[in-house]
Design a protein around this ligand. Structure first.
Ligand SMILES: *Cc1c(COP(=O)(O)O)cnc(C)c1O
Ligand SMILES: [Zn+2]
Length: 415
């Protein structure tokens, strides 16, 4: 029986079976997994799904998994938080945060893409896996490799946040720091994947990797009661996540699991690395590569691989893209924490700040259902906000000391 999924060229449509490759050898365009949706209809059902645990593997039929694949872990299944305070502040009636800051096991949505990539790595017989990473991907590769018995070797820009490097090192992964930005690292990794028999999750396994992002979208639709939202606000680095959420929604429509409706896709970037949002705002079909300069290092990709597809999606959906500066990112991290109790990393500050801007610009309206995607945990980027929280003075364990402390606080407020 032929498999119901295989690689297909996004430009010329040529099929390439299943193999560790990411672009078409005839026209050099990127490959994507395509499915036989008629066959999928006969094997996938909401009843089957309802009997499974709430994690990303409940959507197994929609993922490029090998025959007889056993789910190794419980990745995904994150909360969709109905906003109270920010919704009120922004004047929105139906605002949600999809909270992948608490994604298992490494606290970012990258756990989803690594889960499907490692399934492919196993199938293709790779023992060593790796990635080029802006931080979170390295964390996810390291954690899941440790659990599943792969050797991990990850490549990162030398100046990544210390917490992200530590969060990789602790799992025993080999870390190669590169003097250069992400785009330099990525170019090197393409050569390494050619030279060595390694499965680099976002290079030669990229089509299998990016399918994992769909589960973020499947969960949103299911958590809304099998309905699509009107708007989604998505952070963009390489531009893959935003296009895969759209693919997930299209697949649910194709299978008749949700009613078809227009969904506007809004892309979020940091002003210091905004090739995609700049192109959208200037009405260009192609982006101009940039040299990243922002605290949102997880989004700092100046030459985004899926940039053209993200631009096309945003425009055709009737959405928009925006960006926020570093100070706004910090303020938005604080705002989200203080109003919703969600501590997001810098990428979450980007998404929240951009959502606020879109509301102010009237692009997101009060009667619509809006989902803002939070993709990584704040404990990974504490360096971005630590200066705003100087340590307070310690007091003696005595009631008088506390009373004196309170008086001092009051005096400071009055002054
Ligand atoms: C990688 C990453 C993204 C964006 O991913 P792309 O699919 O490359 O656009 C968003 N948020 C966080 C926290 C990430 O690590
Ligand atoms: Zn082609």
């Amino acid at each position: 029986m032929p498999e119901i999924y295989q690689l297909r060229c996004r430009e010329c449509g040529k099929s390439w079976g299943n193999a560790p490759r990411s672009f078409c050898e005839e026209c050099f365009s990127p490959l994507e997994i395509s499915y036989d949706y008629e066959a999928l209809k006969s094997i996938a059902s909401k009843d089957k799904l309802a009997a499974r645990s709430f994690n990303m593997w409940r959507y197994a039929e929609f993922l490029p998994l090998p025959e007889g694949f056993e789910f190794p872990n419980a990745v995904g299944g994150t909360p969709l938080v109905a906003s109270q305070h920010l919704a009120k502040k922004w004047g929105l009636r139906n605002l949600y945060f999809k909270n992948d800051a608490v994604c298992f096991p490494s606290l970012s949505f990258k756990d989803r893409v690594v889960a499907t990539a490692l399934a492919a790595a196993r199938r293709f017989g790779f023992q060593t896996v790796g990635c080029s990473s802006t931080g979170n991907l390295a964390n996810a590769v390291a954690a899941q490799s440790a659990q599943q018995g792969f050797d991990a070797c990850v490549f990162i820009p030398a100046d990544l946040e210390p917490a992200k490097i530590l969060n990789t090192a602790v799992y025993g992964a080999r870390i190669v720091r590169i003097n250069g930005n992400y785009d330099h690292v990525n170019r090197l990794c393409a050569q390494i994947a050619d030279r060595f028999q390694w499965g680099l999750v976002n290079v030669n396994l990229r089509p299998y990797y990016s399918e994992g992002s769909k589960t973020h979208g499947f969960e949103i639709a299911e958590q809304l009661g099998w309905r699509l939202p009107d708007n989604v606000v998505v952070p963009m680095a390489g531009g893959s996540l935003i296009t895969k959420i759209a693919k997930a929604f299209r697949e649910l429509v194709a299978l008749g699991w949700v009613e078809e409706k227009p969904v506007k896709f809004f892309g979020a970037q940091a002003t210091g690395c905004s090739p995609i949002s700049s192109a959208v705002k200037r009405g260009l079909a192609r982006f101009e590569p940039q040299k990243p300069e922002t605290i949102a290092r997880s989004l700092a990709i100046g030459n985004p691989a899926d940039g053209p597809f993200a631009i096309k999606l945003i425009r055709e959906s009737g959405g928009w893209a925006e960006d926020v500066c570093d100070r706004e990112i910090v303020k938005s991290i604080q705002l989200l924490a203080e109003t919703e109790g969600i501590f997001a990393e810098t990428a979450g500050g980007v998404t929240t700040g951009v959502a606020e801007k879109l509301v102010r610009e009237g692009r997101i309206r009060s009667d619509e259902t809006t989902v803002v995607c939070i993709t990584g945990n704040g404990l990974k980027t504490t360096d971005a906000i630590v200066a705003d929280y100087p340590a307070t003075e310690a007091i003696a364990p005595k009631l008088e000391a506390f009373e004196a402390y309170l008086d001092g606080q009051l005096a400071a407020v009055k002054a």
